[in-house]
Design a protein around this ligand. Structure first.
Ligand code: NCD
Length: 325
């Protein structure tokens, strides 16, 4: 969408100097390394502000529409918390069955409606490309909170921030992505985003859930070292970040096929004996058996901390697209 003209009556600052003002966030392909440094720095400030004052008025009077056509706990509630911590408010549309979507309203019409009442729209939808369709219809910024098996850019940004905060840097790391790499939008976005750094990427998946070949080619073109495995033992000892994912049951047309792969990998204290002492285990959550709760007390288990980092990154993104960062 075109950047709206600056508003001379703005209470703080000059939006013309805010490069992300009015922009959509649809794919991680939009971000450079410099953008990530900037987002991490703003997220850091958000962390400090939340810890010192809790809630503050940066986005006072601004409204976010949270439009979710698929289930969500973390993404939807962290966007709500982020907006409210910044003094703004939220129109939640989690149960589209209670909205006019159930009467057959199209996505562009729903988005055109919501932008009459809100300043930014966060959208989760089961179809790849839906966020781009919504952004085309909307004058206000649209943030992709997951478009089917496509992308989940804000998750990848918070994942990268988690790695930076926990391990101090991204260059030089070996990151192993495990689980449903075919349908997992979080790993699609994360692999793309990490290709901005000098990382090695390992993909561990059952044969039918391998990372899509087009994505591997795209990342290969950036000269990133990649390797595919069907078992974890070959690459776990060299891994700095083990990123575990759920087998995405809702993306299977045949339940028997899902059943055949759902328990393919289980991370537990026994398996993790082969891993480094200084490394982290991440998961976008929800988990459905692929990480044993017995591992939760291990200091390497970063998946609960990862959710908190998500709040700060989403605060940073909202402040950026609304011209206040
Ligand atoms: C993920 C998603 O929705 O893609 N969850 C999330 O946003 N934290 C992962 C998943 O559902 O498995």
């Amino acid at each position: 969408m075109p950047t709206p003209p600056p508003n001379p009556h703005l209470p703080f600052g000059d939006q013309r100097t805010a490069p992300w003002y009015g922009k959509d966030i649809l794919s991680v392909k939009q971000f450079s390394r410099e953008d990530l440094e900037y987002i991490f720095a703003v997220a850091h400030e958000m962390h400090d502000m939340v810890n010192h004052v809790g809630t503050f008025d940066l986005l006072k009077g601004k409204i976010l529409a949270n439009l979710f056509y698929e289930p969500s706990t973390r993404t939807s509630s962290s966007f709500t918390a982020a907006m409210e911590r910044l003094g703004g408010s939220v129109i939640p549309i989690n149960e589209v069955k209670y909205s006019s979507v159930s009467k057959g309203e199209s996505l562009p019409d729903t988005v055109r409606t919501l932008e009459c009442y809100a300043d930014v729209i966060v959208l989760r939808h089961p179809e790849v490309g839906s966020a781009a369709i919504a952004a085309k219809a909307a004058r206000k910024p649209v943030i992709n909170a997951g478009d089917g098996i496509g992308e989940h850019p804000t998750q990848a940004l918070l994942d990268a921030f988690t790695i930076k905060e926990e391990l101090g840097h991204l260059d030089g790391l070996t990151v192993t992505l495990l689980g449903d790499l075919k349908h997992g939008r979080t790993v699609h976005s994360l692999a793309r985003l990490l290709s901005l750094y000098k990382v090695r990427l390992n993909y561990v998946a059952p044969d039918i859930l391998r990372m899509p070949a087009e994505l591997i080619d795209e990342i290969k073109a950036k000269k990133i070292e990649q390797a595919e495995y069907t078992t974890l033992d070959a690459c776990l000892p060299q891994t700095d970040v083990l990123y575990v994912t759920r087998v995405q049951k809702e993306r299977f047309s045949d339940e028997a096929v899902y059943e055949s792969v759902k328990g393919a990998y289980v991370i537990d204290p026994q398996v993790m004996k082969a891993a480094r002492e200084r490394m982290i285990v991440m998961h976008p959550l929800p988990r459905v058996g692929e990480i044993s709760p017995e591992f939760d007390d291990d200091p390497r288990a970063a998946y609960f901390r990862q959710m908190e980092y998500g709040l700060y990154v989403r605060m940073a993104l909202l402040a950026m697209v609304l011209g206040k960062a």
